[in-house]
Design a protein around this ligand. Structure first.
Ligand SMILES: [Ca+2]
Ligand SMILES: [Ca+2]
Length: 309
């Protein structure tokens, strides 16, 4: 859909504000210009190509179609803030330590086995369940965006799933490794959709090329070690947890679920509007749960105990 002109001007004013405030606020509210993206028509062939190698799924519950089982156990979570700062300084000279404090300390968390979606929820999936498509960058195999937290949570519940916890999301993003990014410790072109040389927002990092100006169809970039796509970039992903200051310093070691109350919900993974260091697997961000932006989407999870084997 093409947004009204006044919405575009509002978006531009946010870009200007972003320029003034700097790039490192953990809860950026910057929006973007709003032309239709390339390939804005539906692409059903992309959907079929995604699923073509999954013959074994005929014998499992439809609930876990296109989901990956993450085995229960102990995992490293979080990152020493100085490591986040150093990665930021590769791209900017205005990096501030406070941006990364909430990632620390690195610690160990136990989680029970769970399934998580291979892909960000698409516009086709969202519309089939809710009858609505709030997205700006249209295409049925593109990630749904402009969804607020409750819409995301409700969607997962309507299909018998739930949003992942923040810890589950982080463990899944790492793909069985413990690197800065799902593929390793260095940002590389073509690994994820971030604010690359095509990007119109001030955060662009011109040394990277991902061939995408706004969002990309889900699964356009290589999967991580668990076979999960777009855990870095494309759209930020709502998770179930509230944000609480210092939570990683006091989180329970078994199945952490975040604070009981809060004012902001956690989003993870960075997006098409962000520089590399925000795409790191441990980077923590949060937002008003009512936020509806063209760079917030989500994926669903499911406790393995819900599936009878
Ligand atoms: Ca891009
Ligand atoms: Ca993502």
């Amino acid at each position: 859909m093409v947004p009204p002109k006044d919405q575009t001007s509002i978006s531009l004013s946010f870009v200007s504000l972003y320029l003034v405030l700097g790039l490192l606020l953990p809860c950026s509210k910057v929006s973007a210009q709003s032309p239709l993206p390339k390939n804005s028509t539906s692409k059903p062939e992309a959907v079929s190509s995604i699923n073509e190698n999954k013959t074994e799924q005929k014998e499992v519950s439809p609930l876990i179609k296109d989901m990956v089982l993450i085995p229960g156990g102990n995992y490293k979570v979080g990152l020493a803030p100085e490591k986040g700062l150093r990665e930021c300084q590769k791209y900017f000279d205005r990096c501030k330590m406070f941006t990364f404090l909430e990632e620390g300390p690195e610690h160990t968390a136990f989680v029970d086995s769970y399934y998580i979606d291979k892909y960000e929820v698409t516009q086709k999936q969202f519309e089939e369940v809710t009858g609505k498509n709030p997205s700006e960058f249209l295409g049925e195999n593109y990630p749904v965006e402009r969804v607020h937290w409750k819409q995301a949570s409700n969607f997962c519940e309507q299909i018998g799933k739930r949003l992942p916890t923040e810890t589950e999301w982080e463990i899944a993003a790492k793909g069985g490794q413990n690197h800065l990014y799902p593929w390793g410790d260095v940002m590389l072109s073509g690994k994820a959709n971030l604010c690359d040389k095509n990007c119109v927002v001030v955060t662009h990092t011109g040394q990277f090329e991902d061939n995408t100006k706004y969002t990309a169809p889900v699964g356009s970039y290589p999967p991580n070690g668990y076979g999960l796509y777009d855990m870095a970039g494309n759209v930020w992903e709502w998770v179930n947890d509230w944000y609480g200051e210092g939570y990683y310093q006091e989180a329970p070691s078994k199945n952490p679920h975040g604070p009981h109350f809060g004012f902001s919900k956690i989003v993870r993974g960075g997006s098409w509007i962000n520089a590399p260091d925000f795409l790191r697997s441990t980077f923590r961000n949060w937002s008003d749960p009512a936020s509806q932006t063209n760079y917030f989407g989500f994926r669903c999870a499911l406790s393995a105990s819900k599936i009878s084997q």
